[in-house]
Design a protein around this ligand. Structure first.
Ligand code: ZN
Ligand code: ZN
Length: 382
């Protein structure tokens, strides 16, 4: 499947909406999303008019790869000079030169000036300086952010299928590792076994370094696996994901390695309830802030508000953390059908134990559907 059915057209509409003439896209993931190019050195120019062919620039190392990956209508150029220099030269090319008047527009200050947008979160200060040096007369630079990211938030069916496949692979890998037994092995051994299993099953890579954290270590939301044996009769948190065809999965399960205390069971059930309620509330319409509040209210009511210090979830796609965010400080924009987000409340009692349960969910008009599938009731592992 070629990447980007309709993506550059939708981006062109957004470029026009932002009163830009051309957008320069340089972030590797954004370039991949638009063009299909998986190399590390590529630039894309997209004009505001849909009939302007998007332009793609790379260097000699990617000559063959870019022909295979970057489809029409992209105008491909393999250049021997700096990509920025080539892209700026491309502004004056036939395909970008359609609308000579510029978006500055009549009656607006700076009328006739043409605007080149760049992603201010992706360009370095040095690249920005270089771009200013290179920019031809009659053009000005305008920093924008998240134009491609806004498109990436809503996944198409091919993207959802890839994330679903990554999640299924990750579930299978964890199932195999749990069958081999985890108590008495070190956290690091289990993490390595899990990552090896994902690779063996066809993952390109883990989508992030796996978290395997037992006992008091599970109280750290971002625990690094230690060379410490997993003891019996405690909680074990595993947060893991696979990357497949560029797309990431992300889920978390917390297990009992034997008999738990009453308090540990209560906290587990609390987190499970908060997770289930937040997931049940997920659909097109509510904001990420509202979904966060559903889980947070339940955890606060149980007296553990201060032990849930992170947001309830985040978008997942080509990147493990992307828009939209689901947190106290997230935007109040409604979530949309096609968003793929995690729902992952947790309660962390410092120095004692922690519980997190995380599902990866595709948002629909009337509800969410989990893309991962391991059970969420408390399970004892040996
Ligand atoms: Zn996770
Ligand atoms: Zn996550």
């Amino acid at each position: 499947v070629s990447a980007g059915e309709g993506r550059t057209e939708r981006l062109a509409a957004s470029v026009a909406e932002h009163e830009l003439d051309v957008l320069l896209v340089g972030g590797a993931v954004d370039v991949r999303y638009l063009s299909g190019f998986t190399g590390t050195n590529g630039l894309v120019l997209v004009g505001a008019e849909p009939e302007q062919a998007p332009r793609f620039y790379t260097d000699f190392r990617y000559a063959t790869q870019s022909v295979e990956q970057v489809p029409e209508p992209f105008v491909r150029e393999v250049v021997a000079i700096e990509l920025l220099e080539a892209a700026v030269a491309g502004l004056e090319s036939d395909s970008m030169g359609v609308d000579g008047a510029g978006r500055g527009g009549a009656g607006v200050k700076g009328a006739g000036v043409r605007r080149l947008g760049f992603d201010e979160t992706a360009l370095t200060v040095k690249q920005h300086r270089r771009l200013r040096e290179l920019l031809p007369d009659g053009w000005e630079l305008t920093g924008v952010s998240g134009l491609v990211g806004a498109l990436r938030e809503v996944k198409d069916s091919v993207e959802v299928a890839r994330i679903r496949a990554a999640a299924a692979l990750a579930d299978q890998a964890l199932g195999e590792v749990l069958e081999q037994g985890v108590v008495g092995r070190t956290e690091r051994e289990v993490a390595v076994a899990l990552e090896f299993a994902m690779r063996r099953l066809g993952a390109q890579a883990p989508s992030f370094p796996s978290i395997v954290a037992a006992g008091e270590h599970s109280a750290l939301p971002h625990a690094e696996p230690r060379a410490v044996e997993i003891p019996p009769d405690t909680l074990l948190t595993i947060d893991w994901g696979a990357q497949l065809e560029g797309y990431c999965s992300d889920s978390t399960r917390t297990y009992a390695t034997g008999t738990l205390s009453e308090e540990q069971r209560e906290v587990y059930e609390l987190v499970r309830r908060a997770q289930a309620q937040a997931q049940a509330a997920l659909k097109a319409g509510p904001s990420g802030r509202e979904i966060d509040a559903v889980a947070r209210a339940i955890i606060e009511e149980a007296g553990h508000g201060e032990h849930f210090g992170h947001g309830v979830g985040h978008g997942v796609g080509l990147e493990i953390h992307e828009a939209p965010r689901l947190s106290r400080t997230a935007s109040e924009q409604p979530l949309r059908a096609g968003n793929v987000v995690t729902i992952e409340p947790g309660v962390y009692l410092p120095g004692r134990f922690g519980v997190r349960i995380e599902d990866l969910v595709v948002v629909g008009e009337d509800g969410g559907e989990a893309l991962n599938g391991l059970p969420k009731e408390l399970i004892e592992v040996a």
